[in-house]
Every structure is written in structure tokens, then in C-alpha cells.
Design a protein around this ligand. Structure first.
Ligand SMILES: [Zn+2]
Ligand SMILES: [Zn+2]
Length: 169
């Protein structure tokens, strides 16, 4: 039995050089399983996102329905993900976090630009959501709180200036 395993490992190692991680589980033993058939799909999905498959380990023995994958993204972060989640669209957590941060920074910049066009300022330290009330100031230095949603879509601006304008009408 030990010999058989060693032989299998040797074969696996020999083939690993040529076939990378294909069909190789954590012990280096090649076995035809349900999973083997999924590897091309998994690899296509990874290379479509410019990533690289580092290793694939079957998660729970010969009846495994999912791989635990180690994947390297285009920015060289190495992360682990189950093949099930990967095929569902999950990808590199640090990249997702960075992309989210970038979106938040862009959203805050949009709010700032909008306020500047109206002669005022957006005083929010960071973007949270379109519905969260944040502080604004108008050209006259009045300050009030309103959500980005209200300011952008409902075209609301300084309530103090609005009240003054309606008094003069
Ligand atoms: Zn990444
Ligand atoms: Zn005002």
C-alpha cells in the first residue's frame, strides 16, 4: 500500500511538472473525479480575469464537489476561494476592497464637484451611501445636512438661502 502510494505520488510529481495542478489533490495523487472535469472551466474563468491558478485541493475526499483553490490575481495577491464560489463570481478580496475604496473616493469627488458648481462645499469626510445625510455649505457659508440623493436628484440646496429667496418673492 505504501509502495503504491509512493508510486502514485511519484507519477503525480512527474506529471505535475507538465500539467501544473491539473487533477492533483493535496497528497499529489492523481485521481479521476467529478472535479477533474471542472478544472478546464475553472482555469478558463481564472485566466479570463488574468489570474493564475496556484493550486487546487479537493475539499472533502473522493466525493468532493468543490476545490479549494489558491489563485494569484493580476496584482499578485494570492487568495483562497472554493471553486464553487469562484464560478459564482467571487474574486480577489484585496482587489475587491481596493475597487470599492476607489468607488467611494470617486463618489465623494462627484459630490464635491457638484457643490463647487453651486458655489458651495461638500463637508462629508467620506462617502457612505447616497441616502446618508452629510454636511454641506453654500456660497454664503450656511451649513445644513442632506443626503447626496436629495441634493443630486431632488435638486435641493441650501434651505436658508431658499427661505430667504421665497421671502423676497
Ligand atoms: Zn488582487
Ligand atoms: Zn445658504
Amino acid at each position: 500500500m505504501a509502495n503504491l502510494l509512493t508510486a502514485a505520488r511519484k507519477t503525480a510529481q512527474g506529471q505535475r511538472g507538465r500539467t501544473s495542478t491539473e487533477d492533483v489533490d493535496i497528497e499529489g495523487v492523481i485521481r479521476p473525479t467529478f472535479l477533474a472535469g471542472r478544472l478546464p472551466t475553472i482555469k478558463r474563468s481564472i485566466s479570463a480575469r488574468l489570474g493564475e491558478l496556484v493550486s487546487a485541493t479537493s475539499m472533502d475526499g473522493p466525493t468532493a464537489r468543490s476545490y479549494l483553490l489558491k489563485v494569484k490575481c493580476v496584482r499578485e495577491h494570492v487568495f483562497t476561494v472554493s471553486s464553487k464560489d469562484l464560478l459564482r463570481g467571487c474574486w480577489c478580496p484585496p482587489c475587491a476592497e481596493a475597487a470599492k475604496r476607489q468607488l467611494l473616493v470617486a463618489a465623494l469627488a462627484r459630490m464635491g464637484k457638484h457643490a463647487k458648481r453651486l458655489g458651495g462645499k461638500c463637508l462629508a469626510p467620506a462617502y457612505e451611501s447616497a441616502r446618508a445625510p452629510v454636511a454641506w455649505s453654500c456660497a454664503k457659508g450656511h451649513q445644513w445636512a442632506a443626503s447626496w440623493d436629495n441634493v443630486r436628484n431632488k435638486k435641493s440646496w441650501c434651505p436658508t438661502c431658499a427661505r430667504a429667496a421665497s421671502r423676497f418673492r
